[in-house]
Design a binder for this molecule. Structure first.
Ligand SMILES: NC(=O)c1ccc[n+]([C@@H]2O[C@H](COP(=O)([O-])OP(=O)(O)OC[C@H]3O[C@@H](n4cnc5c(N)ncnc54)[C@H](OP(=O)(O)O)[C@@H]3O)[C@@H](O)[C@H]2O)c1
Length: 297
């Protein structure tokens, strides 16, 4: 297996292009899934305070026996914890659950357009943490062009990464072009379109990566599964991706994407699958009341 490329971020840090996501892996199975992922070769683990499995991520890292310095840990600040002081407290809680002295990437999980001032306060708190060396990079998720501009205008700091819904059926081409202009790395959440599985029946019409005839047909040419084709497509598009699986054989297979290259014709065919329709929430409509959770004990 050729190894996973590293992307250089605007904070000077290198981040693996392919990571392992742990959303919706219940706590009892998280440690073993993380251990399997690390032993299979993943070096980035993507969690969040709201996933409620940071402590189990730490246990998976411990079981793997891989030195902390070789692992890139991403965690995220929940929207219910916006504002400077709450952010700093939420960070301490994440750090203590993760049993580490720093995180590689700390992200604002959702912007709160209704309370933008608090989102900016959180962003500034992340910058403080970065200056103190407690986080190596500051990033965001689910931000649009306007949100990203606002963060920059209020702080002079451009997020290193914007993690957004992105898969063959929702490709976010204009946001990605904006990221390129600003030196922001695009990272895909639901890179395999997993969101269709947990947003309720109404959205199940969104097409399925694993059974799509175009993706299956391309996979047959290379001896790869549709999931591997899609992850390879992300890599060739210059998009970082964090697929999630609870199954060891899928965890391993999802990393086997560095030993083949999609032709330009196949890349074009996948680009043609974009529907422009997201499966998850529109970030501009999310606020602290959408998912009333905060980490305060
Ligand atoms: N920042 C955000 O707002 C945000 C939002 C959502 C997700 N995320 C991050 O992105 C990560 C991935 O997103 P996601 O979990 O929504 O979706 P995903 O990775 O696109 O898809 C996960 C789904 O695909 C299945 N799967 C994985 N590999 C497969 C394979 N090789 N063959 C067949 N099925 C396969 C998994 O099932 P099994 O587990 O049963 O294998 C699961 O149902 C999350 O874990 C999280 O870290 C971030």
């Amino acid at each position: 297996m050729s190894s996973c490329p590293l992307l250089t971020l605007n904070c000077g840090v290198q981040m693996p292009a392919l990571g392992f996501g742990v959303f919706l892996i219940d706590a009892a199975r998280t440690a073993e899934a993380v251990n399997t992922a690390l032993r299979s070769g993943y070096r980035l683990i993507d969690t969040a305070a709201v996933y409620d499995n940071e402590a189990e991520v730490a246990e998976g890292i411990r079981r793997s026996n891989i030195p902390r310095s070789e692992i890139f840990i991403t965690t995220k600040l929940w929207v219910g914890d916006h504002g400077r002081d709450r952010t700093l407290r939420a960070f301490e809680r994440s750090l203590s659950r993760l049993k580490t002295t720093y995180v590689d990437m700390y992200m604002i999980h959702w912007p709160d357009p209704a309370e933008w001032k608090k989102t900016v306060e959180s962003w500034k708190a992340l910058i403080e943490l970065m200056k103190e060396g407690r986080i190596r990079c500051a990033g965001v998720c689910n931000h649009n062009e306007e949100n990203l501009e606002m963060l920059y205008q209020h702080s002079g700091v451009v997020p290193a990464v914007n993690q957004v819904e992105l898969h063959p059926f929702f490709q976010q081409r204009s946001l990605r072009a904006f990221h390129r202009q600003k030196g922001i790395v695009t990272q895909a959440w639901s890179p395999l379109g997993g969101v269709r599985g947990y947003v309720g029946k109404a959205r199940e019409v969104v097409r399925d990566v694993h059974s799509h005839p175009v993706l299956k047909g391309i996979g047959e040419k290379y001896g790869k599964s549709p999931a591997q084709v899609v992850l390879r497509w992300h890599m060739q598009e210059g998009v970082a991706a964090n697929p999630k699986s609870m199954h060891p054989e899928r965890i391993r297979a999802n990393l086997q994407v560095f030993d083949f290259e999609l032709s330009e014709e196949d890349m074009t065919a996948i680009r043609g699958l974009d529907t422009g329709v997201r499966g998850g929430d529109d970030p501009q409509s999310v606020d602290a009341g959408t998912y009333p959770w905060h980490g305060e004990e």
